[in-house]
Every structure is written in structure tokens, then in C-alpha cells.
Design a binder for this molecule. Structure first.
Ligand SMILES: *Cc1c(COP(=O)(O)O)cnc(C)c1O
Length: 346
């Protein structure tokens, strides 16, 4: 079965071999305070920064999920209130989790057919879901640039869980970027990266929230010596290192994914079902959401499964009216062509 689920998604084909290497070379029982482990963290960080074009002044942290990143931002970077601008289920969930910690959090939902509304929001922290996995929309870099320009004093926190690793992101436009491993990174679940700008680091130090094991100031202190506050998922760090070592620049990866995405949307428009989002300029390059009647959706998912393809279910309130196709780098172009051929025939 070839999985096109947008998370947990198909992992890179070489993962089993890398896991074997990890076992053979002692990574699986490596002490997390040892020089070997610090060296591994250092190399993984360097590969990630190199392939994703992240400026050297930014700090890379390893966490366990995007959900943890949501909480860390709320507890360690928000004093009074954050402002959440979203158009789908993940952005809303981020707002809800934040509200539980910071009751003054504010939400601005927007229409998924529209570009994200840019204004001077006067917010401490602006929270944006750059790629909304639930409905297949994305916020482009130009919108982020305008948002930054209009809100020079706000920290910009960006959830790029289903685009980082596949889309060429301009990290200089945000202060906190994060993604978990089981989406566009093509790695096993239970691991996430969080990338902080010097401004975010400074803000964390000023606020100096220290009440949690994963308080940002603690994490930053440990990251300085390539360690973590607790025993981390060393295997995941190793797999990230091995995968990124072999990847080309994300700009090259993105070019391929973008062409594939255009091909997907063109193909799907000729079918009885349609891309969920009519406005091509806000459609995601990495998650293709397709809409149809619940009966149609059920039929196509069953038919695809029989042909050896696992399509992604709809998410949240779109569960029965959509299906999703992951357009992630770990999925082989040949497999994508097979699924396209399957769709062409129906
Ligand atoms: C999957 C997803 C999350 C949650 O990721 P976890 O690793 O399960 O915490 C958050 N945001 C977006 C945009 C996602 O796609």
C-alpha cells in the first residue's frame, strides 16, 4: 500500500537502513550528555540549516510534537495575549490550546478562499498556520512579508508543520517556526523542530518564564551546548541528520513539488470532484484537498485502497466531504505518477 496520507505520512525509503545503522553504531543507547551525542545534535542542526537555508543566527530546538511547540509558545513567549489568524482546524486548535493557558488570547478566523488579512494588529505574538493541513491552503511569503512590515513589534510564530522540508520558506520573515516530523519531513512521528530568531530568544529571556521542564529559557540554555532539557529522541535526531544529509537544497525540492501540485490541481479539475479551494493562489503546494459528495468520496477512497493507494481522509468538519493527497518530498515521483494514472482512468 502506498500512503498519500498527509501525516503520519510515508517515510523516506531509506529509513529502515538508517535505523539499522543507528543500532549498529550505538546511537540507540547513546548518552544524551556525551560528546558523541552533542556532536550528533550539532551536525543535525547544521544540515537542517544548510538545506532549509536558515540563517546562522537562528536557534534550532528539538521538541516532541507541534502541539508541544504550541504550548511552549503560549507559556514562554506570551505574557498577556496572542493573536491567532487562521482559516482551518489546526489554526483553531492552536488557538484553543493557547486559550487554556492564556485566556486573553484573541482569534481572527478568515475565509479559506481569501488571502490572510494583513493589518496592524498590535499583538504581542501573532500566530499563523502557514500551511493549513486540514483544508490544503497556504500563506505565501509575500503575505508574511507584509504582515511583518505592518507589525514590526510583534513576534511572528509560524506553524509550518506540513510545509517545512518541502516548501522554500523565508525564515527571516518569522520569529518562531516549527514543524513535527511525520508530515513533510518524511520521518517517523513523535519529534518536532522549533526554530527561533534572535528576537524570539531575546523575548524569551526577558519574560524569563521558568515554571516548566520545557520552558523556552531552559531549552535555549541547553541548546547552547547542543543538549536538551531532558533525554531527547536521539534516534529521531539521527534520522533527521541522515535524511537531510542526502537531500538537495529545499529550493530544488520545492520546484519539483510545485510542478507536481500544479499537475494535481489541473488533473482534479477535470474530474467529477474538485479541488476544495477554488482560489488557485491560496492552494497548498504540499497538501492537496479534494471535495465531492460523501458518497463519491467514500467510493474513491475504497477504489483507491483496492488499487494499493491510501488516500488521506478529510480532517475535522471536512471529514466526510473531502479527501487529501500528500505531496511530500518522501513520496516517490513514480508513485505519484501511478496515482495520477489511477485518477485519469476514473
Ligand atoms: C499535524 C499538525 C499539527 C500537530 O502535530 P503533532 O505533531 O501531532 O503535534 C499541528 N499543526 C499542523 C499544521 C499540523 O498539520
Amino acid at each position: 500500500m502506498i500512503s498519500f496520507y498527509p501525516g503520519p505520512s510515508q517515510v523516506y525509503a531509506k529509513i529502515p537502513a538508517f535505523v539499522k545503522d543507528a543500532h549498529r553504531t550505538g546511537v540507540l543507547s547513546m548518552n544524551h550528555r556525551s560528546p558523541e551525542c552533542m556532536n550528533l545534535v550539532k551536525r543535525a542542526t547544521a544540515e537542517l540549516k544548510k538545506k532549509l537555508h536558515i540563517h546562522k543566527s537562528y536557534t534550532v530546538l528539538f521538541l516532541s510534537s507541534a502541539t508541544e511547540c504550541w504550548e511552549v509558545i503560549a507559556q514562554s513567549l506570551v505574557q498577556q495575549t496572542s493573536l491567532h489568524i487562521y482559516n482551518g482546524a489546526f489554526g483553531k486548535k492552536w488557538f484553543t490550546y493557547t486559550q487554556a493557558l492564556k485566556p486573553d488570547a484573541i482569534s481572527i478566523p478568515f475565509d479559506r478562499e481569501k488571502t490572510l488579512p494583513v493589518d496592524n494588529y498590535k499583538a504581542e505574538v501573532l500566530c499563523i498556520t502557514q500551511n493549513e493541513t486540514s483544508n490544503g491552503t497556504q500563506v505565501n511569503m509575500e503575505t508574511l512579508r507584509q504582515l511583518r512590515k505592518k507589525n514590526p513589534d510583534s513576534l511572528l510564530a509560524i506553524d509550518a508543520t506540513s510545509s517545512m522540508g518541502g516548501q522554500a520558506l523565508d525564515f527571516s520573515l518569522g520569529d518562531v517556526w516549527f514543524a513535527s516530523a511525520q508530515k513533510c519531513f518524511g520521518l517517523p512521528a513523535g519529534f518536532a523542530v522549533m526554530i527561533c530568531s534572535p528576537r524570539a530568544v531575546l523575548r524569551a529571556q526577558q519574560i524569563h518564564e521558568c515554571a516548566h521542564y520545557n520552558s523556552l529559557v531552559h531549552q535555549l540554555q541547553f541548546a547552547e551546548k547542543f543538549q536538551t532539557t531532558h533525554t531527547p529522541n536521539v534516534l529521531a535526531i539521527y534520522l533527521l541528520y541522515r535524511v537531510f544529509q542526502e537531500l538537495p537544497s529545499v529550493r530544488i525540492v520545492h520546484k519539483r513539488l510545485h510542478q507536481q501540485a500544479v499537475a494535481w490541481y489541473n488533473l482534479l479539475e477535470t474530474k467529477t470532484f474538485n479541488p476544495l479551494v477554488a482560489n488557485a493562489s491560496v492552494r497548498s503546494d504540499t497538501v492537496v484537498a479534494v471535495t465531492g459528495s460523501p458518497a463519491q468520496i467514500n467510493r474513491i477512497k475504497t477504489k483507491a485502497r483496492k488499487a494499493g493507494f491510501l488516500l488521506g481522509d478529510g480532517y475535522g468538519e471536512l471529514k466526510s466531504s473531502t479527501f487529501r493527497i500528500a505531496n511530500f518530498p518522501a513520496i516517490k515521483p513514480a508513485d505519484i505518477l501511478s496515482l495520477m494514472r489511477f485518477f485519469e482512468k476514473i
